[in-house]
Design a protein around this ligand. Structure first.
Ligand code: PEP
Length: 259
């Protein structure tokens, strides 16, 4: 993670509501403050459902918490007749900093293809949000040994047309589909192989400085017991955590992976 501040981001999916989410953030912050967690050394973000963003934002602002707020998705459009959609402008106005784009559950259940993911990345950037661009291969692709080419192609498609400066400031999350919500975490070597390949692809398409700056996370069944070894890998700059992020004790333990 040479020079890159690790990011641990909790994707709550459609699990917590605004009340249970608020309680979780309070418990998480107490636990981390108790442990004297240095938020500048490991950045922490939570990604609630859209319905919870306002409550969590109010808590973060009111109690001056160091947590960053993220959303799980956004519209590719900025405004207008798009019933049910939420725009980057609306998220930015709520103090949202990060937004997941192209999560495998969106790709799978909402038919999001690379073109839509790229349009959403651009929408996020138009409103000053930091996209967490999610990529990763399904089990069949890995069995065929095509996981690196598949994943790097997804990255290049999602980031098409961006400047090196834009790429340097965003976050990529490598999340093998077979590891998400399955309890089957990738080995540290598996995570490193693909994260390094993504960084090399960024260096080739843009330049070395861009590749050295962009943060690449691993996601897929991360638990307190598995995080430390994964974080020791050179090209892994943090984790996108699903299930374990809805338990404050587990999530705090993951944030404290160095201890
Ligand atoms: C995710 O939703 O991004 C994720 C990695 O989920 P889990 O940690 O539950 O596998």
């Amino acid at each position: 993670t040479a020079g890159r501040t690790p990011l641990i981001a909790g994707n709550w999916k459609m699990v917590l509501d605004h009340q249970s989410g608020t309680h979780l953030v309070q418990k998480l912050d107490w636990t981390l403050k108790d442990a004297k967690h240095d938020y500048s050394a490991v950045e922490v973000a939570v990604l609630p459902s859209h319905t919870s963003l306002r409550s969590i934002q109010t808590l973060i602002e009111g109690d001056k918490l160091d947590l960053a707020l993220g959303a799980q998705d956004l519209s590719a459009q900025d405004s207008g007749a798009y019933t049910g959609e939420v725009s980057g402008a609306q998220l930015a106005k709520l103090g949202v900093r990060y937004v997941a784009v192209g999560h495998s559950e969106r790709r799978q259940y909402h038919s999001e293809d690379d073109a839509l993911v790229a349009a959403k990345v651009q929408a996020a950037l138009r409103h000053g949000l930091v996209p967490i661009v999610c990529v990763g291969e399904a089990l069949e692709v890995r069995k065929e040994g095509r996981h690196v080419e598949h994943t790097t192609a997804q990255v290049l498609a999602a980031l098409e047309g961006l400047s090196g400066e834009q790429v340097a400031g965003l976050v990529i999350a490598y999340e093998p589909v077979w590891a998400i919500g399955t309890g089957e975490v990738a080995t540290p070597a598996d995570a490193q192989e693909v994260c390094a390949a993504i960084r090399a692809a960024v260096a080739q398409q843009w330049d070395e400085a861009t590749a050295a700056a962009v943060r690449i996370l691993y996601g897929g069944s991360v638990k307190p017991a598995s995080i430390a070894a994964i974080m020791r890998e050179e090209d892994v700059d943090g984790a996108l955590v699903g299930g374990a992020s809805t338990d404050p004790g587990d999530f705090a333990a993951i944030v404290r992976f160095r201890e």
